[in-house]
Design a protein around this ligand. Structure first.
Ligand SMILES: [Zn+2]
Length: 190
């Protein structure tokens, strides 16, 4: 009885090492961080790149990451697994973590969208900006050029050229989630 118990323990202890030696991982492998805190692993194949895991049982599921088998099969990663820093888990086991990560990602994306629309609202409320008058220059070609306050609703025109406003049309475009309004003159009075 004692004999069979010790044999069982030996078998249990040997199994992980044995498995890693004879079966290199293929494809993408789900790796869980077993450390309590965030863990960084430098990519042995590219010193500029590294992987970051959240601490064990992170509520956002960041303790599990899909890693290319090429990385997991390196001696450096194998050593980290043997030291109990990482554990390779099957996709089924990883599913909960992945679901948490997806939920977290959605939450962040929604928060970002809300922030962006807030920024847009602020921009459209800020009606006063400065530009130069688009009225005709006193002499020759070109614009009047006098510095005037501008808003989204009216073309930039000085008091002298204000009456030309109906000749201008606006067009809008988005640059870095900021609305840019440009005006062009569609009719020329002579
Ligand atoms: Zn002007």
């Amino acid at each position: 009885m004692l004999c069979s118990a010790s044999r069982g323990i030996r078998k249990y202890r040997k199994a992980p090492d044995h498995q890693e030696e004879i079966m290199p991982f293929t494809g993408t492998v789900m790796v869980r961080n077993l450390r309590r805190g965030p863990t960084v692993f430098d990519n042995p194949e590219d010193s500029r790149k590294y992987f970051v895991w959240g601490g064990k049982d992170s509520p956002d599921g960041s303790d599990v990451k899909p890693i290319d088998a090429k990385i997991v099969n390196t001696p450096e990663f194998t050593a980290a697994i043997n030291r109990g820093i990482f554990e390779v888990i099957d996709t089924h086991t990883a599913q909960e973590s992945l679901a948490q990560q997806l939920a977290e990602y959605e939450k962040r994306r929604n928060a970002k969208e809300e922030k962006t629309s807030e920024a847009i609202d602020r921009d459209s409320n800020r009606s006063i900006d400065s530009g130069t008058c688009l009225g005709p220059a006193d002499r020759g070609n070109g614009n009047c050029g006098q510095v005037v306050p501008v808003s989204e609703d009216e073309p930039p025109l000085c008091t002298k050229h204000k009456h030309l406003a109906p000749q201008f049309v606006s067009s809008e475009e988005w640059v870095d989630s900021r609305k840019v309004v440009s005006w062009s003159r569609v009719s020329i009075d002579r």
